[in-house]
Ligand binder design. Structure first.
Ligand code: CAA
Ligand code: FAD
Length: 384
């Protein structure tokens, strides 16, 4: 696949890799998807499988135990997994999100110490920016760390944190200097889960993405050192923003996978289901729905892959493109999954068929990693 020359290209090696993932998904992940949703339990077996297949190492350089295959390949992997099981695909997306601050801004010593652990799957990652009273307005956070001698003392609460309870370490953003604006007074820390004073205070019960734990974290006088600081003190807000510029590609890929999975399922169903003496895909009303669904998936894929290629070649307009991809693919996922339920009629509404789960999972992609209103804000600001 090649679009516009320098936009993106999937090499033969990358297409072969995609085939390997497709096979893995159909044999090992798809059969687990309904159960993962029904039980709402984190699929440790799938995390292990992704680690064994070196997929958790996808975002990392080879010198840190990764495969060094880049953002486009990571998106392809997330998309393929999300076609069958969005919760499982979030394991990969959050592994990227929750390690990007270290990869973008961490010291060489920190990178050497922790990235191989993430690459091998020994550690699962988490990114803790949002708070009960500060989500879209991330700069309004209250969690803070104060200097006491040689240490930092961290206090506060983070909300909605994916991988709560299963992550080995959390990237936590905290105010460290109230005398300057938040864009200069927030610091990013790496907080290992066994630090005294750290707790997972509660886990949420969710509409969808039920195999991914989401929880509230509390920090009660957690002691940290300068070795736990990511980048330099005060740089945290910008590290968070730069991270999201990259990681929103993963959520776009997840949304695209959900949309394509629902489209494929609905198209196959419409071939088999008969009404008024013929398959329902002979009815133009159904054909038009399927045509719109497939078109939105194809358009989303072109935009996403072009955005991911921008990450791989360090293009300056990545933030705008990742926001557009996240916005477009998640809106497509929501609309397409609602239509997939409609194509299946009553069967679409029951848990025996996967499309109602896909519809519930799709909704989250319009909310997290910045709501779609925030994506529009980011895109709009780039046009000023
Ligand atoms: N890269 C580098 N620097 C950036 C930047 C970027 N992409 N975006 C902003 N900045 C800098 C600005 O240049 C500015 O710097 P100066 O003060 O030095 O001039 C500073 O950061 C402040 O920028 P803004 O004035 O634009 O900040 P703002 O407060 O108006 O809002 C925002 C910015 C885009 C709304 C931001 O708060 C935001 O992205 N909010 C959404 C938060 C979010 O996406 N959370 C996701 C949590 S993770 C998650 O949800 C996980 C999951 O799904 C699994
Ligand atoms: P609010 O910011 O209160 O927004 C409420 C409404 O107002 C939204 O519709 C919003 O779009 C709108 N709004 C706000 N500001 C504007 C504006 N300027 N212009 C127009 N409309 C606006 N966060 C993490 O840090 N790490 C995680 O791992 C993580 N995982 C998550 C997992 C799940 C399942 C969920 C539900 C959330 C997760 N989040 C995580 C948090 C997520 O990023 C936030 O929920 C999201 O950024 C929105 O923040 P909020 O919920 O506080 O909504």
């Amino acid at each position: 696949t090649s679009v516009g020359g320098d936009q993106y290209t999937l090499t033969e090696e990358q297409r072969d890799f995609r085939d390997v993932i497709r096979q893995l998904v159909s044999q090992r992940i798809a059969p687990r998807a309904a159960e993962i949703d029904a039980t709402g339990e984190f699929p440790h077996d799938i995390a292990k499988l992704l680690a064994e297949q070196d997929l958790l190492g996808l975002p990392f350089d080879e010198r840190h135990g990764g495969t060094g295959t880049g953002a486009l390949m990571l998106c392809v992997a997330i998309e393929e997994i999300a076609k069958a099981c969005a919760s499982s695909s979030l394991i990969l997306a959050v592994h990227d999100l929750g390690t990007l601050p270290i990869r973008l801004a961490g010291s060489a010593a920190m990178q050497d110490r922790v990235l191989p652990r993430y690459a091998s799957g020994e550690w699962l990652a988490a990114f803790a920016l949002s708070e009960p009273d500060a989500g879209s307005d991330a700069g309004g956070m209250r969690t803070n760390a104060v200097r006491r001698g040689d240490t930092w003392v961290l206090n506060g609460t983070k909300n909605w944190i994916t991988n709560a309870g299963v992550a080995a370490a959390y990237i936590v953003f905290a105010v460290t200097d109230r005398s300057v604006s938040y864009s200069r007074g927030i610091t990013a820390f790496l907080v290992e889960a066994d630090r005294p004073g750290f707790a997972v205070a509660k886990l949420e019960h969710k509409m969808g993405m039920r195999g991914s734990p989401t929880g509230q974290l509390t920090f009660d006088d957690v002691e940290l050192t300068d070795d736990d600081v990511i980048g330099t003190p005060g740089e945290g807000f910008k590290i968070a923003m730069r991270t999201l510029d990259h990681s929103r590609l993963g959520i776009a890929a997840q949304a695209l996978g959900i949309a394509q999975g629902a489209t494929d399922y609905a198209a196959a169903y419409a071939r088999e289901r008969t009404a008024f003496g013929k398959p329902i895909n002979e009815l133009q009303g159904i054909q038009f729905k399927l045509a719109d669904m497939e078109t939105r998936c194809a358009a989303g894929r072109e935009l996403l892959y072009a955005a991911a290629a921008r990450a791989d070649r360090h293009a300056p307009d990545l933030g705008k493109y990742s926001a557009m991809a996240k916005l477009f693919c998640s809106d497509a996922a929501m609309d397409v999954t609602v239509e997939a339920v409609q194509v299946l009629g009553g069967y679409g509404y029951v848990t025996e068929y996967p499309v109602e789960r896909m519809m519930r999972d799709a909704k989250l992609t319009q909310i997290y990693e910045g709501t779609n209103e925030i994506q529009r804000l980011v895109i709009g600001r780039s046009l000023r």
